[in-house]
Design a protein around this ligand. Sequence first.
Ligand SMILES: CC(C)(COP(=O)(O)OP(=O)(O)OC[C@H]1O[C@@H](n2cnc3c(N)ncnc32)[C@H](O)[C@@H]1OP(=O)(O)O)[C@@H](O)C(=O)NCCC(=O)NCCS
Length: 150
Amino acid sequence: MIIRRARKEDYPAFAAIEAEHPGYPAWGVKGFEEEEKNRHAVTLAAEIEGRTAGFVNFWVLRPQVQLNTLAVGRAYLRTGAATALIGKLAEYAAKSLCREIDLEVNERNAAAIALYLARGFEVVGKRPKFYNNTDAAILMRRTLPDKEPR
Ligand SMILES: CC(C)(COP(=O)(O)OP(=O)(O)OC[C@H]1O[C@@H](n2cnc3c(N)ncnc32)[C@H](O)[C@@H]1OP(=O)(O)O)[C@@H](O)C(=O)NCCC(=O)NCCS
């Protein structure tokens, strides 16, 4: 598996991955294209045996990194792709001298919550009725080591 910067050619595969997860908010090809105009945005792809297996998009808003969307294709679930994407994101965040990674996740998304807890995120808040005025958003944060000189 390799984790690399996303390219335009990945976007249809990203949209197909989104479609494999009904109910997950889909950006579609256009949404990923829009991100290219945002100078704070980074989109990474996970590639397995030459195939686009997953993605993560985040904004570097020093001292914070906001994780916006992350998904892995059904054929590649539980192979460590999301873990590898988060690992690269964290590396990127540390190099950019960011101190924390923040995200929101649907309270019903047990897989994602388990993933984030395993990757060192903590629950820091909750927004009731955040999704479709029904499900709450769980706010999670991972604090990064302070690398700045003292
Ligand atoms: C959540 C998601 C990204 C996880 O991707 P993944 O590549 O399968 O995750 P990994 O293989 O890196 O899993 C790492 C750990 O997360 C946890 N985990 C992942 N999926 C899980 C599941 N379905 N149930 C319970 N724990 C799970 C486990 O602790 C797992 O370690 P293990 O496989 O050794 O038990 C994937 O299920 C997905 O794309 N879901 C739809 C989109 C989504 O909900 N994204 C989250 C946005 S907030």
